[in-house]
Design a protein around this ligand. Structure first.
Ligand SMILES: [Zn+2]
Length: 374
């Protein structure tokens, strides 16, 4: 069931308050801190958004719970195990290995394991938890071939007609087509499922970060582990002027501003940033460019970025990026986690995937649990 949100509007300029939040300030500090947003977005566009709101705030969920109820009763969370894994891991660019005997590190498979652990814990405490996927199979109902025309617009045709150049062209087209299917097309379907079918109180998207591979003296990629290892979480924000020039992105921003998910995203991002920082005992990640921004008064583990999933999903959504998978510290821990699961040996004390799951569960309890809000 959705209801329409009442917007409180002032007559002067773009002054818009939803749930007591002034959105000119939100645009300046969170959604478009480096852009001249007044050139792109008008109050009329935000008013025209008329969002459907199906989720309940943590406060409303806690208030409707009886004292004798389970710690998380009344909460419906969706969990997105990021990426796909399996035969799609290489196409996604989420598949690597260092030593010839090592287990392949595939982000989509690692976070699915974490998602299952989190689901089991939260369900035990009375929450309803929907995993967007429970295997390494894409959810995108289209075929990769549906992206062929779009791929031809991206890949330059060869100038000369030779077998070698035509084969290279066909290979590049196939790569681009598969990638659009497994990345952008897949994200679009996941967001559609959340917005139109699952309609949870919030979505948590689980990832494990990785650093760019170092380069050797000749500029060639060196597949060796990096020193840096850190943790952060992301909520929607930080659109550039170019992104605000896109009618679709502007429309999605207007919906997110008008629907009041901003405040809950801050609350979830703050709690999960702190709980994952504590669970992983890693420092907060840092962005140096203008594609991400931190929020004043919040934990340094929380950043805002304009990622497709964060923009497409209408309800509160937080994307988690703990660890650097190709770091000297995390890679051996991931190998041990994979080896013990593969061989059936008991999990190690401090298993990295269990540690990740515990961090997520603690953050969810901090927001929706009985002790929250005090
Ligand atoms: Zn990822």
């Amino acid at each position: 069931m959705g209801y329409r949100l009442v917007l409180f509007l002032c007559a002067c300029g773009l002054s818009l308050s939803v749930h007591g939040v002034d959105y000119a300030t939100e645009l300046n500090l969170r959604y478009a801190p480096y852009a001249d947003w007044e050139q792109h977005l008008t109050l009329e566009q935000i008013k025209a958004a008329e969002p459907e709101i199906w989720w309940r705030s943590p406060e409303a969920i806690r208030a409707s719970r009886s004292d004798s109820g389970e710690a998380l009763s009344g909460v419906h969370l969706a969990i997105d195990p990021g990426h796909i894994g399996g035969e799609w891991a290489a196409t996604e660019g989420r598949d690597f290995v260092i030593g010839p005997e090592d287990f392949r590190v595939r982000e989509g498979e690692l976070v699915l394991e974490v998602a299952r652990l989190v689901q089991a814990e939260l369900v035990e405490m009375g929450a309803e938890v929907t995993l967007l996927r429970n295997s390494a199979t894409p959810l995108n109902p289209k075929l990769p071939e549906a992206y062929l025309t779009a791929a031809t617009e991206r890949i330059e045709r060869p100038n000369e007609v030779s077998w070698a150049s035509l084969l290279d062209y066909a290979y590049a087209l196939k790569q681009a087509m598969n990638r659009m299917y497994a990345v952008a097309g897949e994200l679009e379907e996941r967001a559609r499922l959340v917005n139109e079918e699952i309609k949870p109180d919030a979505l948590l998207s689980l990832h494990i970060n990785a650093a760019p591979w170092p380069l050797d003296r000749d500029g060639a990629v060196k597949y060796s582990l990096v020193d840096s290892n850190h943790t952060h979480v992301l909520i929607f924000g930080c659109l550039s002027d170019a992104e605000l020039s896109s009618p679709r992105q502007k429309e999605q921003l207007a919906v997110k501003i008008a629907n009041g998910s901003a405040t809950i995203e801050r609350e979830l991002g703050q709690a999960l940033g702190l709980s994952l920082g504590k669970a992983t005992a890693l420092p907060a990640s840092k962005y140096n460019g203008k594609n991400a921004v931190q929020l004043a008064g919040h934990t340094p583990y929380l950043w805002t970025r304009n990622l497709m999933l964060l923009r497409y999903v209408e309800c509160p959504v937080v994307l988690l990026e703990p660890y650097i998978a190709n770091s000297k510290e995390s890679y051996p821990r991931i190998q041990e986690a994979l080896e013990r699961r593969h061989s059936g040996r008991p999990l190690a004390e401090g298993d990295i995937l269990v540690e990740y799951a515990q961090g997520v569960v603690a953050g969810v309890l901090d927001v929706y649990g009985p002790g929250a809000g005090h």
